[in-house]
Design a protein around this ligand. Structure first.
Ligand code: NOJ
Length: 562
C-alpha cells in the first residue's frame, strides 16, 4: 500500500519539474504511429459519466484533459459495441452500434472530435474472429438450420458418436471446456472462446465482405486505426483434425508446436485484403493482438502489406532478469527490422496480471495461477512497484511504439483479493474455477483519494475497489514530485525531446546485472543487481532516488551524455 510517506520516499533528487506538453509535430514522412505512445482505455473501468457504476464515453470525454496532460499520442478503446457483455464486449452483437451502457454513436463521434482537438488520435477494437451469439447472423444461422448458407458463415458440424452426441473433434476453448456447443437440431458450432462467441468462417464470402466494411465504417467516423482481436485464430482447416489429449488450451503461448486452429499460413492472405482496404485512407494503423510463440512467426504479421504493428508479448512475458529482457529486446528490434517494421512494446493490458504485481512475485511463479490460491506471503509489493517504475523508463526509451494500459501510470497493482462471487470474467466459470480470470486488472480507476468509488463515478463501481485504492489515485499523485504519475509524465516529455526520433540503440556493457544502452544523447541504465556508480552526464530522470550517488537495485535512469 502506498501512503504519502512512501510517495515522498520515491521523490528523486533528479526529478525535473512536471510540465504539460503539446504533442510535437512529427518529422515529415514518419508515420505517426511508428514512435507513438498509445494509452489503452478499458471503457467499462475508466470513468463513469452517468453514475450507473460502469465507465462510459461521457466519462472518458471528461477525462481527456488528463490524457492530454499525460502526453499520449493516441488512445485505443476496447470494444464499446452492442453486446451482451459476456466477455466484456469481445462478444459483439452489432459492429455498427454502441452499447447503450457506454453511450451512443453520436457521443463516440464527439469523443473522437474532442480527442483529435486535444491532439489525441483514437483507435478502436475490431473483433473479427467471432461474433456474439446475439448477432443477427448467428440468430439467422440457428433459425435456418443445417446446410444453409446462414450456417456457412460459422463453423457448424454434425457431432460424432452413434447419434452425434459427441463434439465434432477434441478442440478446447481457450477459456476452458470444449470448443463446441450443440444446438437443438443436433449440429455443433465452434467457439474458441466462450459459448456465446461463435467463431466466424473466414472462407465464407459474406464474412469477408462484411469485414471489409468495418474498417471503412470506423475510419469514416474518425477512428485513426484498429486493434485487431486474435488474428492468429482466423483460419481453421476444413478437416478439423483432432489435437490430442495433451493439447494445452493456452497453446498459443506455451508451445511452439503446430496447431490446426492457430497461426495458420492462410490467414495472411486475409490480412492483405484488409490492409488494401485501409490503404484507401491515409495514415491509418492496424495493430495485431497476435499471441504467437516466436518472433519469427510474429514478424510475418508485420510484412509491409500486412499489419503496421503487433504487440510484443514476448517482452511482456519476460521475467525480471537482465539477460532475458535484453535478449528479447534485441530479438524484437532485429526481427521487426527485418520486415521494415519497429517493435511495439507493452507491459500490461486487460488480459494479464498487472506488471506491478507480476514483478512483485519471484521469478518462475505463474502469476495467472498464483492469483487464485497462490501463497500471498511471497508477494513483495514494494519491490514490484520499484521494478514497474524502472520497467517504464526502460520501455519508454526503446525504439518503436509503446502501449500503456490505463492505471499503469499510477503504479496500480492487480487487485488479487477480489472475492470469487464478484468475478465477471467467463474464464472463472469455464475453467471450472481453476483460474480466477482477468477481473483483477479491470477494477475501475481511482481518481480521488476517497469518496464514491474513488472518483470513478457517482454510482459505485461494477467491480469492488479495495480500501487502499485511494492511495494510488490520480489526486494522490498529481503534482507530487516522484510519484509514479509524475514519473510517467516526465518520461513522456523527455522521450519526445530526446528519444522518440533518435533512431537505433547501441548496447553498452555495464556488467551482467545492468541493462545499458545509448540512444541519441541519452544513456538508459536499468540496474537488476547491487547499487552501482553512474557514468558522467546529467541525470534527467530516475525511477528511484539515488543511493549516495549510485543507482539502486531495481531502478532505472536516463542520463544525458552529450
Ligand atoms: C483477446 C481479448 O483481448 C480478450 O479480452 C478476449 O477475451 C479474447 N480476445 C476473445 O475475444
Amino acid at each position: 500500500v502506498i501512503g504519502q510517506r512512501e510517495l515522498r520516499r520515491w521523490t528523486s533528487p533528479f526529478q525535473v519539474a512536471a510540465r504539460r506538453r503539446d504533442n510535437p509535430p512529427m518529422p515529415e514522412n514518419t508515420p505517426w504511429w511508428r514512435h507513438a505512445v498509445v494509452y489503452q482505455v478499458y471503457v467499462r473501468s475508466f470513468a463513469d459519466g452517468n453514475g450507473d457504476g460502469t465507465g462510459d464515453i461521457a466519462g472518458l470525454r471528461s477525462r481527456l484533459p488528463y490524457l492530454r496532460s499525460l502526453g499520449v499520442d493516441a488512445i485505443w478503446v476496447n470494444p464499446w459495441y452492442e453486446s451482451p457483455l459476456n466477455d466484456g464486449g469481445y462478444d459483439v452483437a452489432d459492429y455498427r452500434e454502441i452499447h447503450p451502457q457506454f453511450g451512443t454513436l453520436e457521443e463516440a463521434k464527439l469523443l473522437i472530435e474532442d480527442a483529435n482537438q486535444a491532439g489525441i488520435r483514437v483507435l478502436v477494437d475490431l473483433v473479427p474472429n467471432h461474433t456474439s451469439n446475439e448477432h443477427r447472423w448467428f440468430e439467422a444461422a440457428l433459425a435456418a438450420g443445417p446446410g444453409s448458407s446462414e450456417r456457412d458463415r460459422y463453423h457448424f458440424l454434425p457431432g460424432r458418436g452413434e447419434h452425434g452426441e459427441l463434439p465434432p473433434n477434441d478442440w478446447k476453448s481457450v477459456f476452458g471446456g470444449p470448443a463446441w456447443t450443440k444446438v437443438p437440431d443436433d449440429e455443433w458450432y465452434l467457439h474458441l472462446f466462450d459459448t456465446s462467441q461463435p467463431d466466424l468462417n473466414w472462407s465464407n464470402q459474406d464474412v469477408r465482405e462484411e469485414f471489409d466494411g468495418c474498417p471503412r465504417y470506423g475510419r469514416d467516423r474518425g477512428a485513426a486505426g484498429f486493434r485487431v482481436d486474435v488474428p492468429p485464430a482466423r483460419v481453421k482447416p476444413p478437416a478439423y483434425p483432432d489435437v490430442g489429449e495433451d493439447y494445452d488450451r493456452h497453446h498459443e503461448l506455451s508451445t511452439g508446436a503446430e496447431s490446426p486452429m492457430w497461426d495458420r499460413d492462410g490467414l495472411h492472405e486475409i490480412v492483405r485484403r484488409w490492409r488494401s482496404v485501409l490503404d484507401e485512407y491515409d495514415d491509418t494503423v492496424m495493430i495485431a493482438e497476435a499471441w504467437v510463440p516466436s518472433w519469427d512467426r510474429l514478424s510475418l504479421y508485420l510484412r509491409p502489406d500486412e499489419y503496421h504493428q503487433a504487440f510484443d508479448f514476448h517482452f511482456l512475458g519476460s521475467e525480471w532478469d537482465p539477460s532475458r529482457i535484453s535478449s528479447r529486446i534485441k530479438q524484437a528490434v532485429e526481427k521487426a527490422g527485418s520486415v521494415g517494421a519497429v517493435p511495439t512494446w507493452v507491459l500490461s493490458n486487460h488480459d494479464v496480471v498487472r506488471h506491478a504485481t507480476r514483478y512483485a512475485l519471484p521469478n518462475g511463479i505463474d502469476s495467472k495461477h498464483w492469483l487464485l490460491d497462490g501463497d500471498r506471503s511471497i508477494l513483495d509489493t514494494d519491490r514490484g512497484h520499484r521494478r514497474a517504475r524502472a520497467a517504464a523508463l526502460l520501455m519508454l526509451a526503446l525504439p518503436g511504439s509503446v502501449y500503456l494500459y490505463q492505471g499503469e501510470e499510477l503504479g496500480l497493482p492487480e487487485v488479487h483479493e477480489l472475492p470469487t462471487d464478484v468475478l465477471d470474467d467467463p474464464v472463472w466459470e469455464r475453467s471450472g474455477h481453476s483460474e480466477k480470470g482477468r477481473d483483477g486488472c479491470r477494477v475501475p480507476i481511482p481518481w480521488s483519494k476517497d469518496g464514491s468509488s474513488f472518483g470513478f463515478g457517482e454510482g459505485g463501481s461494477w467491480l469492488p475497489q479495495p480500501e487502499w485504492w485511494g492511495d494510488y489515485a490520480v489526486e494522490a499523485q498529481d503534482g507530487i514530485p516522484g510519484s509514479t504519475l509524475e514519473l510517467y509524465r516526465d518520461a513522456m516529455r523527455l522521450r519526445d525531446e530526446h528519444l522518440r526520433d533518435a533512431g537505433d540503440l547501441t548496447w553498452l556493457d555495464d556488467g551482467d546485472a545492468v541493462l545499458s544502452f545509448q540512444k541519441g544523447d541519452i544513456r538508459c541504465m536499468v540496474n537488476f543487481g547491487d547499487p552501482i556508480g553512474l557514468p558522467d552526464g546529467e541525470v534527467l530522470l530516475a525511477s528511484e532516488p539515488s543511493d549516495e550517488g549510485r543507482l539502486p537495485t531495481d531502478a532505472a535512469v536516463w542520463i544525458k551524455t552529450a
